[in-house]
Structure formats: structure tokens, C-alpha cells
Design a protein around this ligand. Structure first.
Ligand code: ADP
Length: 439
């Protein structure tokens, strides 16, 4: 980065393959002092956001690779028109993908599209997020103490991860040569990491999985990537990016990067994730708080569960002692499998997502202004149903999950959680945070 004056408008343009992933990245950038706005899909307007970073949230993780590529390229074109000078492709810290994509195909297409920019011959792929237990060592992704394929991710409804070796996983998705930035280099700091990147480039590696086991590794990698046109990874690797822009004189001091406007009104929790952490959070909530279960098989039989869920929630927040409720489809991997067997994977997912999205829309009509949502795909469906177009990103609730407020005329406060994120009491904690967002 050679320009050394503060520019107005965003400098970092990010493309995320799902909604909660986008929020997680935006959270990281706010913590680094960048004022950040997240847009839901590619905005229809040409306006530059009043922010240092913009994250375009797609819902492309599990769509056909060709469609995911088309959406990523549309997002890139919009971000370039805003004046962004570096780009980031964000995917899940558990590398959620299949052999058909979409991490490899989208990365290739973005590099191709940026090919006239310096630093566009090469990028890294680093899903490490040590704060959340995701580390990469010699190309192998760990979730906590276990390898990816023993972490529960092998049972994911849409992107089962059965191979922990990311060099192998990514190489199956791309014709580009995939390499490895080894831990031994990363841990020595930015200069050694940069030398490792240059060595890989010389070997004609185009995408390199990068090892990282702690935040210091991510800061080193971030600094080593300052001159790349494109960086790819989980939100962790974005830790080191704000400092690059600050060093280049492209950021104003932003102590209050996460300040949010006030929102007041009733709240609800919606859970459509079947991940291990969400299962624990649902169980913890249900010990002493009201909840309503959405059973996909009953939905498929045409039972009026959506109407019942809305009435249940309304009864509670409208009662003498207003109380938020949980509406959930969350269940064990065995039961998800049984449902998928009966309905088909895509149809089961869609049915649940649409049911929760409709519940959200109806509840907003009834006055609900605060939504805690568990599940990446589920969050995507909910914000779409609510017609939310962009979010200003606020303070962190748990690693990877900030409070947010929509930028509409009638602002809505949202906490959007990727399935495996958050402590066991996340739902209550998130509601308290959103209650803090009061005008
Ligand atoms: P995560 O962030 O945990 O991956 P997502 O919302 O992205 O959560 O994905 C979970 C998928 O599983 C969604 O498509 C959701 O509709 C589906 N799902 C949730 N509960 C059930 C269930 N009980 N039976 C079948 N599918 C389910």
C-alpha cells in the first residue's frame, strides 16, 4: 500500500459466503478500529458506505459453484466501484465446502478478476481463528483439541467435512497449485512469513493454506499480506489487516468504531442450526425459559407450526411479565439425518429456514425489534425475510458475534450467530447486549 493519505469511503472490501460469517468478520474489523458496515447481498445502489470497511454478505456457501462465482464477482465489482484497495474473501473457520467448491472456484475467479492489480498472482487461505479454537498446523485444521473430521463437522447437514488436511481439501476444488505456508515461518513473524509467501510464489503456488495457532501468528500473516490484492480465510486472519491500513495512513483514529444507534422493543430467539454448540445453547435455555419446537416433519405434513410459534411468542412478550421465547428446529445429528432421509437434504433445510424466516417476519409486524438468530443459513433467511439491507456493526457479544443494528428507517437490533459459536448461555447474553442497545 503506497498511498499515504486518508481517503473517504471504504478501503477494505470484503465478500463473505454467508451472513453470520460476514458478521463475524465485520466484528473483527470493528475491534481493529475500522468502522464497518455489512450489506446483505450486493447493494442495488451505487452509494459508498460511510465506513472504513464494507462486508458484502452473500449466501453462496452451498450454492452451485458457478452461481457462487457469479455472485462473488458482482460483489467485487461493486466494492471496486466504492474505491476499496484490498479485498477479502471470507469463509467459515471450519472451511465449510465440498469437493465441488466453493472456496477454490471463488478464490480463482476473484484472483482472475483482479489480475491487473499488483499482488494478484497469489493469495493465502487461512481459516484459523484461535480465539474460537480453530487452529491450522501443517495444513491440518483443528477444532479445539480434535481434528476437523472429528469435531462434529463430519455430520454437518450441508457441508460434511471428512478430511482435516486443507491442502488436500482445497486442491480438490481448484486447478491452481495449492501450497502451504508453514508454521515454522509464520511463528517467526511478518518478515519470515512474507519470505515464505515469496518462496511459494516462486514455486508457482497460487493459493497457500496458511498455518496459524495463535493471534500473534495471525498478526504476522496479516502484515505479510499487506500488498496482496486478495486475502482469503476466516475472520481470524483479518486481525492483522486494520494495522496495515493504519500504517499506510488510510484510517482515521476510530476509538468508537462500534458505536450503534438505539433500538427499543420486544425480543425473540430463533435457532435453525443443528450444530453441537447450538444444541447445548438450546438445552441450556430450555432448563427454565419458554421455548417452541419446529418439527420439520410436522411442517412437511402441513401443520400450522409457524402460526403456533408466532402466537406462542406473542403471548409471552405481550403478557403481564413480558419474556422473550426461543423458537427452534435444533436437534441431534441422528434426528437431522432421519429428517433428511425422509424429506431430502435441501428440502429439509429450506423448510426449516423458511419457517423461521416467516416467524421472524410475522413477529416484526407484531412489534418485535430484537432478534437473536442461531445458524448461518438460518440467519441469512431471517434477514432476507426482514428486508434488512445493511447493518452497522457494534460491540462483540462472544468471539465472532457482535451486536448489530439495521440501517433502515425502523432499525432492528440483531445478533446473528454461526452454529458453532458462542458460550452455552449465549442466547441470554445476546439478549442482554441487545437490551443495551436502547435509544
Ligand atoms: P450452522 O451455522 O450450524 O451451519 P445453518 O443454519 O447454516 O447452521 O445450517 C443448518 C441447516 O440445517 C439449515 O439448512 C437448517 O434449516 C437445517 N436444519 C435445522 N434443523 C433441522 C432439523 N431438525 N432437521 C433437518 N434440518 C434441519
Amino acid at each position: 500500500m503506497t498511498v499515504s493519505r486518508k481517503q473517504t469511503g471504504p478501503v477494505l472490501g470484503c465478500i463473505a459466503d454467508d451472513f453470520t460469517g460476514a458478521t463475524d468478520l465485520a466484528n473483527m474489523l470493528v475491534r481493529g478500529g475500522m468502522r464497518t458496515v455489512q450489506t446483505i447481498g450486493v447493494p442495488g445502489t451505487p452509494d459508498a458506505a460511510d465506513a472504513d470497511a464494507v462486508v458484502v454478505a452473500l449466501k453462496s456457501r452451498t450454492m452451485d459453484a458457478a452461481d457462487a462465482v457469479a455472485q462473488a464477482l458482482a460483489a467485487l465489482a461493486w466494492l471496486r466501484a466504492q474505491g476499496c484497495r484490498q479485498f477479502f474473501f471470507k469463509y467459515c473457520s471450519t472451511f465449510d465446502s465440498t469437493d465441488a467448491g466453493n472456496i477454490g472456484p471463488v478464490t480463482d475467479a476473484l484472483l482472475d478478476a483482479l489480475n491487473e492489480l499488483p499482488g494478484s498472482d497469489f493469495t493465502i487461505a487461512c481459516p484459523a481463528f484461535p480465539e474460537n479454537g480453530r487452529t491450522v498446523y501443517h495444513g491440518h485444521l483443528f477444532v479445539g483439541d480434535v481434528l476437523l473430521n472429528e469435531s462434529g463437522m463430519q455430520n454437518h447437514p450441508l457441508t460434511p467435512m471428512t478430511d482435516p488436511n486443507l491442502v488436500r481439501v482445497l486442491q480438490r476444488q481448484t486447478h491452481s497449485k495449492v501450497g502451504l505456508v508453514r508454521y515454522e515461518a509464520v511463528t517467526k513473524g511478518p518478515a519470515a512469513a512474507r519470505a515464505a509467501l515469496d518462496a511459494l510464489r516462486a514455486e508457482r503456488v497460487r493459493i497457500a493454506i496458511a498455518d496459524a495457532a495463535c493471534d500473534a501468528d495471525l498478526y504476522a500473516l496479516g502484515e505479510a499480506c499487506a500488498d496482496l490484492a486478495l486475502v482469503t480465510g476466516g475472520s481470524g486472519v483479518a486481525l492483522g489487516l486494520p494495522a496495515n491500513f493504519r500504517r499506510a495512513g488510510l484510517l482515521a483514529q476510530a476509538e468508537q468504531a462500534g458505536r450503534l444507534p438505539g433500538v427499543d422493543g420486544p425480543a425473540v430467539v430463533l435457532a435453525g442450526s443443528a450444530s453441537r454448540a447450538t444444541n447445548a445453547q438450546v438445552a441450556a435455555w430450555r432448563v427454565d425459559k419458554p421455548s417452541f419446537r419446529i418439527d420439520p416433519l410436522a411442517l412437511a405434513r402441513g401443520e400450522a407450526l409457524v402460526e403456533q410459534a408466532v402466537a406462542f411468542a406473542h403471548g409471552h412478550f405481550n403478557g403481564a411479565q413480558p419474556q422473550p421465547v426461543l423458537i427452534y428446529a435444533t436437534t441431534t445429528p441422528e434426528e437431522v439425518q432421519a429428517v433428511q432421509h425422509e424429506l431430502g437434504v435441501a428440502q429439509a433445510g429450506q423448510l426449516v429456514e423458511q419457517a423461521l424466516a416467516t416467524v421472524a417476519r410475522e413477529l416484526r409486524t407484531l412489534g418485535v425489534r430484537k432478534f437473536v438468530v442461531a445458524g448461518g443459513e438460518t440467519s441469512g433467511a431471517v434477514v432476507q425475510a426482514l428486508g434488512v439491507q445493511s447493518l452497522r456493526i457494534g460491540a462483540q457479544i462472544d468471539p465472532g458475534v457482535p451486536a448489530t443494528v439495521s440501517t433502515d428507517d425502523t432499525p432492528i437490533a440483531l445478533a446473528l450467530k454461526s452454529g458453532n459459536f458462542g458460550t452455552v448461555d449465549f442466547f441470554s447474553k445476546a439478549l442482554k447486549h441487545l437490551d443495551g442497545v436502547v435509544s
